[in-house]
Design a protein around this ligand. Sequence first.
Ligand code: AMP
Length: 279
Amino acid sequence: MRVFRTVAEVRSWRRQLAGDLGLVPTMGYLHEGHLSLVRAARAADAHVAVSIFVNPTQFAPGEDLARYPRDEARDLALLEAERVDAVFAPSVAEMYPPGFSTWVEVEGLTARLEGASRPTHFRGVTTVVAKLLDIVQPRRAYFGQKDAQQLAVVRRMVRDLDIDAEIIGLPIVREADGLALSSRNVYLAGDDRRAALVLSRALALARRMSDGGVREAKAIRAEMEALIRAEPRASVDYVSVADPDTLVELETIDRPALVSLAVRIGGTRLIDNTILGAE
Ligand code: AMP
């Protein structure tokens, strides 16, 4: 497995490859969710590259950039075991050299949900993903449904900018008790780990209501919020029942619906989602 630190190294490796290349962009501290993307790439593409980059521009001041968990040696061992061909793990200066001043911004979609709470987040995401797609030139790039809005925003960017890569979205990998895997779960100590189950429980409640014939989105949002309010360690950031592509809130569930939520558990902000009517 090759480990590259510079754009120039990746480009010269890429130029001599024959056959499809799959890219899995990550911020490292890898778990089974990331590895599910790597395995999908390994199954579909002749060559697999993984990027590890904790992208500072998608964190706002006061967010967890400085304490975001990192363990590159462990990540590299996991990726080696998955027979990954190349890892791109650049420095911040390599990706954002002095004088950096160009941004890729998707409008509209990014104002909702995560974007409403984190107004500069998606500009950082789309800028770094556009750079990674241009540097690595993959045939396919793999993203998790865990970050449903990110997936929708990246799909829109690739379409709007005619970026020649196929965006593959893959299902959320969960712990046995329902908690969606996340690098940030490491922040959940003691009672917070148990309290974090309110997210998947609220989603399960939405599914039961929908399966039981409830079509009114407002009723589903209200029941989910009530369930979360019953957990004293939790506070709701948003609960949404929206169109999965436009992210516009639905009144009536008469088509597939993205049910998503962001909840603070103590000092940790967690997100989760499910799609109703598509599984
Ligand atoms: P991150 O390192 O958190 O930026 O995540 C890198 C990629 O892994 C993103 O496309 C995420 O959506 C995906 N991912 C993170 N957690 C999960 C999970 N539990 N299941 C599936 N994909 C995930």
